[in-house]
Design a protein around this ligand. Structure first.
Ligand code: PLP
Length: 353
């Protein structure tokens, strides 16, 4: 594939690593590729970062035809840059595209544009402890008409943002509220697709939880509000009586790459991992009788986020005395160790630029 590269004439000043935060700063360039029904994917390019110009009737602005991905490039001790399982993000992007009737991208094409882009922007990968270059590929329907139909034009864009350490003050377990009013997704809907619309629908519950001093909500299934789904924008796992239990991918849950990686690490360490329906009643009785040993969320941003308190129906339950559990810590150490190149990658997950 031919990728046109136009380098910027005005390189930005890189921000102080201690001020990075999440998604506040953007690198010098962006990658793009255009699709039309007549031409297919064409005009792959890496160009100076700039505002997009779209028609006011563009499909994405009216009917929400948008999907995205999130992954990171990490700076190794030896100075090199690497990514964690990037091909899995390309595959999931295509599964999301299929669900929203957006065009899929041949895997090798999407992978080539992504890796070339990271190569061009690698100097933007910070090197301070816990920092990384967050990559945000996204695609949107871009027809210049208000008619409702599957799109004939789309844009694929990748932007990059240097991000700070998620845990600046050490890993603190979070407080989570179990949500029993709003739902995030239903089976048959778009829960398994990484699309902006899912986020639009989940903001209200997230805000209500935040107002009450909780950092995220734990979602229940959209039909019976009985089964655990995921936590905020992370998948969720529990250690109950020595076994790891995580909700099965039923169609309404986002299939996280961190989730998949946790399961593989846990199995390699000899843990029993059950992917199944887990009801909130089962969870509450495990909290009451003390068999719930650990709980944590997992996703690219935080990697692993221990849960120290769960609130359901006005009752607060403390998990593991509000401290991070040993299995949670073990997963955090192994995954972040592989990602930053400090632990040997026995799984073959790392892609070096
Ligand atoms: C992205 C995302 C996750 C986590 O996926 P990772 O691939 O592990 O980053 C979990 N839930 C939702 C809703 C998400 O959007």
């Amino acid at each position: 594939m031919e990728i046109k590269i136009v380098k910027t004439q005005n390189k930005k000043v890189k921000p102080e690593p201690s001020t990075l935060g999440f998604g506040k700063y953007f690198s010098d360039h962006m990658a793009m590729m255009t699709w039309s029904q007549e031409k297919g994917w064409h005009n792959a390019r890496i160009v100076p970062f700039e505002n997009l110009s779209i028609h006011p009737a563009s499909t994405v602005l009216h009917y929400g035809a948008e999907i995205f991905e999130g992954l990171k490039a990490y700076r190794r001790k030896d100075g090199g840059v690497q990514m964690f399982r990037p091909i899995e993000n390309v595959r999931r992007l295509n599964r999301s595209a299929e669900r929203l009737c957006l065009p899929t991208i041949p895997e090798d094409m999407a992978f080539e544009l992504l890796t070339k882009f990271v190569e061009v922007e690698q100097e933007w990968t910070p090197s301070n402890e816990g920092t990384s270059l967050y990559l945000r590929p996204f695609m949107f329907g871009n027809d210049e008409t208000l008619g409702v139909h599957s799109v004939h034009n789309a844009e694929f864009v990748i932007i990059a943002s240097p991000v700070g350490s998620y845990y600046k003050e050490g890993i603190n377990p979070v407080k989570i509220m179990i949500e029993n009013e709003d739902v995030r997704a239903v089976r048959g809907g778009t829960g398994y697709a990484k699309c902006g619309g899912n986020y639009a629908a989940s903001t209200r519950a997230g805000k209500r939880a935040e107002d009450k001093g909780y950092s995220q909500v734990l979602w229940l299934d959209g039909v019976e509000r009985k089964y655990i789904e995921e936590v905020g924008a992370m998948n969720v796992m529990f250690k109950i009586n020595g076994k790891i239990v995580t909700p099965m991918l039923s169609g309404s849950i986002l299939p996280g790459i961190t989730r998949m990686s946790c399961i593989e690490v846990l199995k390699s360490k000899g843990f029993d991992v059950e992917e199944r329906l887990l009801s909130v009643d089962e969870l509450v009785s495990a909290m009451k009788d003390g068999t719930l040993e650990e709980a944590f969320g997992c996703g690219t941003a935080a990697v692993i986020s221990p849960i120290g308190e769960l609130m359901y129906d006005g009752v607060k339950y403390t998990v593991n005395g509000g401290k991070i559990g040993e299995t949670t810590q073990m997963l955090y150490d192994i995954l972040t160790g592989i990602q930053w190149g400090k632990v040997e990658d026995t799984f073959g997950w790392v892609y070096k630029i």
